[in-house]
Design a protein around this ligand. Structure first.
Ligand code: ADP
Ligand code: MG
Length: 700
């Protein structure tokens, strides 16, 4: 039965060699089965026949039924125009062709009924219709056309050869009515009835040729569900395998270090959310199964202290811990921050980045291998092969979006007992992405800011308001506050962007002259040492204004900074804007974010600016971001298979995704090997997908 599905496409009625070649080359359709899964991009409602007497202004595409009475050809400046008169007994309508006149005159017969489909327009005070689609009025066509008609994508090359949406429709029509066609189910019956879904065969019929709009919706939902279900099975299997394969490190107790720090060194009371999250992490780390947890917390929610407390638990259990940051600046800041928090405690902590001198590096690696070094902070340099730990127990990845599920699962496989992994992110991730890109992770959320924080006020200003902005800056500076001014820097326009940054720096320096004001500048082209020096001056409060590119985007923490000015804000993405804004509002004072833009703003830019003005909630902002940009632009999606989704759309299908995830998780919990007879369809489908994937990897 499945052999029939694998029949090469050239054997389908209506497909000759030429069309078969086009289908393969242009649409990747090689077999009957491939054609079945070539879903239409939309349907046009052709359930209704209009009468010519009903025609009026502004009708959409409509359908008429009638006969042609006569044709006449007129010469035009270029080419010719063929006009036919069409009647259905209620009136006459002119049908116009500018091309293919010869073909039309040959094919259209008098005294024969046709179905016309097109958009009526008014020309010289009369209705006409240009280049409608014309089909014989017979039983087969009525059935095929007088319904929700599927529209299929075709390519330019196909169109040139008159191989259009309608041709594909006809092929599918032939295929779907073939008695030998059996479309196997791939979900357990129980699940289908529980979710109240269409059977697979029915859904595939209906997604091409739905009997009604409701049926189309049902079919689409069923097929989206299965798509997301198998994606979830794939993702969640990593989790199951991890749980089974690795007997994880067990941090049995909380010891001296943790307790001393908690009681004597903690500079503030933890928020309830911080406490809860630490309990969740602690639960993982003593479970005997490797932890893989995502810690989400909006900017400023206090993830660093959580990381530190977890690292202390590792050390209390005689393990080492490492913290990886995406940039040099961040790694440094973490290092200094943690070093300070740990002062007076017997913990050795070091910083390893690309800039560490080889002498320091050597010593560090020795201490790491001997075990005398407890905590290593750094950038990507930490995962180089040369870096060997004596007994690494906990890896914390901060602000990290760059690893997909598969990559991450490979990261620490070289260890016999893999360390616990905590991924921290301040870019709140829309639910759908949390369930997919990070779908194999458990999730903890810090959903509470430390007490006393005032929401940041966000204001949009045009260039014309710059002087007022300068005035405002002076007021804030006079209160002793510090200010960031951030310029965009994008690879494609790098040269211009650097010029703008320099110009901006100069005009700010003029408006805020020495000795009263001191202005720093930091950007990626500076020597790391200079950059660090300037950054450090600002952190220490030695300079008042920091002009920078987005190098300061993540993590940097200067509680005294209360104003963030973002230049050309229309050029930033939403999550970036939110990240930048998160650099202020870290102290007790009222903070401000000023979005400077040009006068002309596109619709999307307007939405972004407005969203920023209206909300400080990172989760809400991330949802809007996903809706605006789609998942393709969000980091991590490339590796996750999300972009191969045919029907499902992460922007809109989060409910189906949630259901699919629940079902997949339940099934894996009950029968991870799919050995029960009722789960056989799932097993067969997965092995088929795997075979497919192998064939493809060999081809490409
Ligand atoms: P993020 O989650 O963005 O990494 P940080 O860990 O940098 O946030 O914390 C932001 C600021 O809030 C830091 O100055 C930190 O010391 C402070 N902080 C963290 N937790 C608390 C708390 N429970 N109470 C008061 N301040 C806190
Ligand atoms: Mg942070």
């Amino acid at each position: 039965m499945s052999d029939f599905l694998q029949t090469p496409i050239e054997f389908l009625k209506g497909v000759g060699q030429a069309r078969a070649d086009l289908l393969k080359k242009e649409l990747n359709i090689f077999t009957f089965e491939d054609l079945l899964y070539f879903y239409p991009y939309r349907h046009i409602d052709r359930t209704r026949f209009y009468k010519i007497s009903e025609l009026q202004d502004d009708l959409p595409y409509i359908q008429l039924r009638g006969k042609f009475t006569d044709f006449r050809t007129e010469k035009l400046n270029r080419g010719q125009r063929l006009t036919g008169s069409f009647t259905d007994g209620t009136g006459h309508l002119e049908i116009v062709w500018f091309q293919g006149a010869k073909w039309v005159k040959e094919l259209i017969k008098p005294q024969t009924e046709y179905i016309l489909f097109g958009k009526p327009a008014i020309f010289n005070g009369k209705f006409n219709m240009v280049h409608p689609s014309v089909d014989l009025y017979n039983d087969e066509n009525i059935k095929m056309l007088s319904a929700l008609m599927p529209m299929y994508n075709t390519t330019e090359k196909m169109k040139q050869r008159n191989f259009e949406s309608k041709s594909i429709l006809k092929l599918l029509h032939n295929l779907l009515k073939d008695e030998r066609l059996i479309i196997p189910e791939n979900l357990p019956d129980k699940l289908i009835s529980k979710e109240n879904m269409l059977a697979r065969g029915k859904a595939i019929h209906a997604i091409h040729f739905p009997g009604s709009a409701a049926e189309l919706t049902q079919a689409t939902e069923r097929l989206k569900f299965e798509e997301l279900f198998f994606l979830q099975i794939r993702i969640l299997r990593y989790k199951v395998q991890r749980g089974k394969l690795h007997n994880g490190i067990c941090f049995e107790h909380i010891g001296e270090l943790f307790n001393t720090f908690y009681e004597k060194h903690l500079p503030f009371n933890l928020t309830e959310a911080q406490k809860r999250v630490i309990r969740e992490i602690r639960g993982d780390m003593k479970s005997g199964v490797q932890m893989n947890r995502l810690l989400q917390g909006d900017v400023g929610s206090g993830k660093t202290i959580v990381a530190l407390l977890c690292m202390l638990i590792a050390i209390d259990n005689n393990y080492q811990a490492t913290l990886m940051a995406p940039t040099e600046i961040l790694a440094q800041q973490h290092f200094h921050n943690l070093q300070e928090l740990l002062s007076g405690l017997p913990v050795s902590i070091r910083l390893l980045t690309g800039n560490t001198s080889s002498k320091d590096r050597k010593k560090m690696l020795q201490d790491l291998e001997s075990g005398s070094l407890n905590i290593l902070i750094g950038t990507h340099a930490l995962i180089e092969n040369a870096v060997q730990y004596k007994n690494l127990g906990l890896v914390i990845i901060d602000e990290q979006h760059r690893f997909g599920v598969e990559q991450r699962s490979r990261l620490w496989q070289k260890n016999e007992k893999p360390p616990h992994v905590l991924v921290m992110t301040a870019t709140p991730i829309p639910r759908t992405l949390a369930m997919t890109v990070y779908g194999d992770l458990d999730v903890s959320v810090i959903d509470e800011l430390p007490a006393g924080r005032k929401p940041i006020k966000t204001i949009h200003r045009f260039e014309s308001g710059r002087l007022a902005v300068f005035e405002f800056m002076k007021q804030e500076l006079s209160k002793g506050r510090q200010i960031y001014i951030v310029y965009p820097l994008i690879a494609e326009s790098e040269k211009m962007d650097y010029m703008n940054l320099q110009d901006g720096f100069e005009s700010v320096s003029r408006a805020f002259p020495l000795p009263q004001y001191k202005v720093s500048i930091v950007h990626g082209k500076m020597k790391p040492a200079d950059k660090d020096f300037e950054m450090a001056r600002f952190v220490k409060g030695e300079t008042n204004i920091m002009v920078a590119t987005t190098v300061i985007e993540v993590g940097v923490n200067v509680p005294n900074a209360s104003v963030m000015i973002i230049e050309s804000a229309e050029r930033f993405g939403l999550s970036q804007l939110h990240q930048l804004r998160g650099r202020v509002g870290r102290g007790a004072e009222q903070s401000y974010c000023i979005l400077m833009t040009g006068n002309k703003l596109g619709n999307e830019a307007k939405t972004r600016i407005k969203t920023m003005e209206q909300s400080n909630d990172g989760f809400y902002i991330s949802e809007v971001d996903l809706k605006l940009r789609g998942p393709g632009d969000l980091e991590g999606t490339q590796q996750s298979g999300l972009l191969d989704l045919k029907l499902a759309d992460l922007k809109t299908d989060d409910q189906i995704l949630q259901r699919a995830r629940n079902s997949a998780s339940k099934l894996l919990g009950e029968d991870a090997g799919f050995s029960q007879p009722e789960n056989l369809p799932v097993k067969l489908w997965l092995s088929k997908q795997q075979r497919h994937a192998k064939v493809w990897s060999r081809i490409s």
